[in-house]
Design a protein around this ligand. Structure first.
Ligand code: FES
Length: 94
């Protein structure tokens, strides 16, 4: 995969209070397989915390896709899905 997976973690007040602060250390928790492929940055309020239809904070975007109630585990899982998807899911004929 040539393009980086962008992980944008909301550090607005609501998300920060709900646990986004520790997610800024996500780079240290990334498995080695993901490190070369993931770009992590913090963001001002993503503007979605005021509408309960968007889910619960903390929020993040992974390649512009909004995720709610994120954790280090759910962000790693989202990155893994993108990375695996970029490689295709076909199996080689035997
Ligand atoms: S503080 Fe995170 S979306 Fe508003």
């Amino acid at each position: 995969m040539d393009e980086l997976i962008d992980v944008e973690i909301c550090t607005g007040t609501t998300c920060f209070v709900m646990g986004a602060g520790h997610l800024l250390n996500l780079a240290e928790e990334l498995p080695a397989r993901l490190r070369p492929h993931v770009n992590i940055c913090g963001s001002h309020c993503l503007g979605v915390c005021g509408d309960p239809r968007n889910g619960r904070p903390p929020f993040a975007r992974v390649n512009r896709m909004l995720l709610s109630n994120v954790s280090a585990e759910s962000l790693i899982e989202a990155c893994d899905r993108i990375l695996i998807g970029s490689k295709g899911d076909r199996c080689d004929a035997v």
